[in-house]
Design a protein around this ligand. Structure first.
Ligand SMILES: Cc1cc2nc3c(=O)[nH]c(=O)nc-3n(C[C@H](O)[C@H](O)[C@H](O)COP(=O)(O)OP(=O)(O)OC[C@H]3O[C@@H](n4cnc5c(N)ncnc54)[C@H](O)[C@@H]3O)c2cc1C
Length: 447
């Protein structure tokens, strides 16, 4: 065997698996990453946004969600108390590597009042405690984590794994894109959401049991920061759920970025939108996503393909991301450059093409988004303004959920699947915690 453990993907899940194995004294761990090393990644290069050392975490907003209910499903593998301890330990590691001390969203009368007002508006507020690293600090924190990975961990970047290799129901290594085979008794796969399609193919060829996850499709909303100040000052990010009036679909706010920026994301050749915010540098706007969850059963059960289809349609019509004023959408007309120039909300993603989102979204999604904006208007007036900007499309490609043991092992012996790519997490802290869980299980078997 060439090494004791191979880890595929150097995002938070893979990094924390490597840290844990190194801490447990495992002497020969190979961390393989298809993208560039951290120091070579450039934010403005869309290929580097999701891939490279640090994974999607490198340019994320760096919100560590200190909750067992948000950011993943690890609660299905661990008892609540153990999960809190694990998340707490992962959080401590981030703080030891430079994450700030302040935590938003602690229980308070203001928070209770917000939850009450949300209920009156037809919204459910999910209270979450959040530590905000901020985009500009994520890199520094990751850099310190990179320096901690000494000893037995060897990192190889620009090194794409093409296939996972198994024999008689047991993992035996990986085949790289350059054809080279590396053997190992343990493999941990952590390919993230950008590796969802790759993971799906690997699962099919290895006979891993999987379950399709719903796909979340929607828009990125941008408005002047004062509109949401009452909320963002209290809890930084509000996770609000609404069941739309017409279709009774679950619609939610996601990834709220006070004083942040809207950005584009490139994933397997398609362009979608996202958002982030810096800890210090402030824009005048706040952005957040409104996402509609859709699940499929039969004969079609490929939500990833559905999400790609909608995103491709937006790219076909707009050449990339599309921007529209809410006022134009409601008036049944496209936004033009001149109309955007007259908009009181100044876009932080000026390159988006002014267009008409009603040509892209199915009626069901569009109406659910508009109804959600209406509910938010009751909670915080100003959201439903004609000057509110909508960017499309935002799609969350959640990987198919792989059937896993409580130690996150697949039905192929010694093959572990962690993080967003395994479909079991959706955020930095739970992804990191999943790496620790698998790392501990492997270390116990090796020592
Ligand atoms: C713009 C943006 C903002 C975000 N903000 C937040 C936030 O504030 N808070 C939060 O909790 N979450 C946030 N997220 C989500 C968060 O980044 C992810 O949940 C987290 O990074 C998942 O970690 P992961 O290790 O599972 O996967 P990833 O971080 O996606 O890492 C997977 C890595 O595996 C590599 N890989 C894939 N396939 C292969 C292969 N075949 N061979 C070799 N390498 C491979 C990829 O290149 C990638 O680097 C944000 C995401 C984005 C894009």
């Amino acid at each position: 065997m060439d090494c004791q453990v191979i880890i595929v993907g150097a995002g938070p899940a893979g990094i924390f698996a490597a840290l844990t194995l190194a801490d447990c004294g495992i002497g020969s761990v190979l961390l393989l990453e298809q993208g560039k090393d951290l120091s070579q990644r450039k934010r403005l290069n869309s290929d580097d946004m999701l891939c490279g050392w640090g994974g999607a975490g490198a340019y994320s907003d760096g919100k560590l969600t200190l909750s067992s209910e948000v950011g993943g499903f690890l609660g299905e593998f661990l008892e609540q108390k153990s999960l809190y301890q694990l998340l707490g330990r992962a959080d401590e590691i981030y703080v030891a590597h430079g994450a700030p001390g302040r935590v938003f969203g602690e229980a308070s009368p203001k928070l209770e009042d917000l939850a009450d007002r949300a209920r009156l508006a037809g919204l459910e507020l999910i209270p979450t405690r959040i530590r905000h690293i901020g985009t500009e600090n994520c890199r520094a924190v990751l850099d310190r984590l990179r320096q901690s990975l000494v000893g037995g961990v060897e990192t190889r970047t620009n090194c794409r794994v093409q296939n996972l290799l198994s024999e008689n129901g047991r993992i035996r290594g990986v085949k790289l894109a350059n054809g080279k085979i590396i053997t190992s008794p343990f493999v941990v796969v952590a390919p993230g959401r950008s590796g969802a399609s790759w993971m799906k193919k690997q699962a099919e060829s290895l006979g891993l049991k999987t379950k399709a996850s719903p796909v979340d499709i929607g828009v990125r909303v941008e408005l002047p920061a004062p509109v949401l100040k009452g909320i963002t000052d209290t809890i930084y990010e509000s996770k609000l759920i609404h069941y739309s009036k017409t279709f009774h679909d679950k619609v939610r706010t996601f990834c709220m970025n006070p004083y942040g920026e809207v950005v584009i994301e490139k994933n397997e050749g398609i362009i979608t939108v996202n958002g982030h915010s810096y800890a210090k540098k402030k824009s005048e706007n706040t952005n957040f996503a409104i996402l509609v969850s859709s699940a499929f059963t039969e004969p079609f059960d490929d939500p990833i393909a559905y999400g790609f289809y909608i995103a491709r349609l937006a790219n076909l019509l707009g050449g990339g991301a599309i921007i529209q004023r809410l006022g134009d959408l409601l008036a049944g007309r496209r936004s033009t450059r001149a109309r955007i120039d007259r908009c009181l909300t100044r876009p932080t993603l000026p390159d988006a093409t002014p267009g008409d989102l009603s040509f892209i979204f199915p009626y069901r999604h569009l109406l659910s988004i508009i109804e959600m904006l209406g509910a938010l208007e009751k909670l915080t007036p100003g959201v439903y303004s004609r000057h509110t900007l909508l960017y499309g499309v935002e799609v969350k490609f959640y990987s198919n959920r792989i059937e896993l043991s409580p130690e996150l092992e697949t039905n192929v012996t010694n093959l572990f699947a962690i993080g967003d790519g395994a479909g079991i997490t959706r955020g930095l802290l739970q992804a990191s915690a999943s790496g620790m869980l698998a790392g501990r299980a492997i270390a116990e078997r090796l020592v």
